[in-house]
Write a protein that binds this ligand. Structure first.
Ligand code: 13P
Ligand code: SF4
Length: 347
């Protein structure tokens, strides 16, 4: 059955040719990745989507916010499809636009016109639009430092959402002390901070990635004890303590590059999503590589895109039917593009 599905996917891909484009995030399953026209992290996929002017059908193998971004960066004659509409992102869902507007109002009361929003691309189009409206920009994990530095050329303090860990790790890396960072709790509609609010430089939305939060300091201690020579590399969506204890941290692309360039015989524990870690292990038989957490940490929503869903989406396109099209409304797109463009121009 599996081989029949694969053969049919190949057949449709061949038939549609350049009319079809299939971008695929690194965290997708191998059964899907084998058909990718382009594999990348969030930034790379946003860039390839923006460049592709040929494909009428873009079948996005990733999660909902990535498909929304692809829709906003492509032309009107190009449709973006998500093979399974349930492929969302729990982190993106942690920042709701109404809560965000409420937060912004409160923050204006406290800080006046001294804040700029900076939004991780792992967010809904509505949050990107909010960001664009107030002069802010998007960031991804591979350009976060550059974008945080840029934000400080614009305003005295920044409002980073929705991932508190990427925000905290990035701000710390560019020299902002932890004492100058506050957390915004959207459920209490209040700041978590002890001290003088005038000292706050970074306000972190209280969101996280449940996959990367699965890597703990205990995992690091276990690996250090069992394999004293092993290097530990993690994604900056991991919490501060884990990033601090690791040997290195960086975006998905950074992790892939570091392992590709590592000497034969070296050993690594990687703290990022399971499908990617498994693929890296398979691609480097000359290196000894494990997941930092032996439970592996899969992203359940990424995993909803599988062979049957991909085939279903392609069959639909082949039959000239319309379904699972991701379309962001014009007004949201107009404002969200402002924040995406500020990032793409600097990145
Ligand atoms: P990057 O692709 O930017 O590394 O982001 C990781 C991620 O969690 C994607 O959902
Ligand atoms: Fe969202 Fe985390 Fe999954 Fe990425 S890995 S899609 S941030 S839940």
């Amino acid at each position: 059955e599996r081989s029949e599905m694969e053969a049919r996917i190949r057949e449709i891909k061949e038939k549609l040719g350049d009319d079809l484009f299939l971008p695929c995030h690194h965290y997708q399953k191998d059964e899907v990745v084998q058909f990718a026209d382009s594999i990348g992290d969030s930034l790379q996929l946003a860039q390839v989507a923006a460049k592709n002017k040929k494909a009428k059908h873009i079948v996005f193998c990733g999660v909902h916010f990535m498909a929304e971004t692809a829709d906003m960066l492509t032309e009107d004659y190009q449709d973006v499809y998500l093979p399974d509409m349930r492929a969302g992102c729990s982190m993106a869902d942690m920042a709701d636009i109404y809560q965000t507007e409420e937060a912004w109002k409160e923050l204006q009361n406290i800080f006046g016109d001294t804040i700029i929003p900076l939004t991780y691309v792992n967010s809904t189009a509505a949050i990107k639009a909010f960001t664009g409206r107030y002069g802010g920009a998007c960031v991804t994990s591979s350009n976060a430092k550059k974008m945080v530095r840029w934000a400080f050329t614009q305003k005295e303090r920044l409002f980073f959402l929705p991932d508190q860990h990427l925000g905290r790790n990035t701000a710390f890396d560019i020299g902002i002390p932890l004492e100058q960072m506050a957390v915004w709790d959207p459920y209490k509609n209040a700041l978590e901070f002890e001290g003088n609010v005038d000292d706050i430089k970074v306000i972190l939305w209280k969101g996280h990635c449940s996959v990367h939060q699965g890597f703990t300091p205990a995992n690091v201690y276990q690996v250090r004890e069992k394999y004293p020579d092993m290097k530990i590399i993690v994604h900056p969506e991991c919490c501060r303590e884990v990033v601090e204890l690791a040997d290195d941290n960086g975006s998905t692309k950074y992790i892939v590059d570091v392992i590709n360039n590592a000497p034969s015989g070296s050993s690594w524990a990687i703290g990022t999503e399971m499908n990617l870690v498994k693929r890296i292990i398979a691609e480097h038989p000359d290196k000894s590589i494990i997941s930092l957490n032996e439970n592996m940490c899969p992203c359940l929503t990424m995993n909803r895109i599988d062979l049957p869903h991909l085939l279903w989406a392609l069959e639909m396109i082949d039959n000239g039917e319309q379904g699972n099209i991701i379309q962001v409304d014009k007004e949201t797109t107009r404002e969200a593009i402002l924040s995406l463009d500020r990032m793409l121009q600097l990145a």
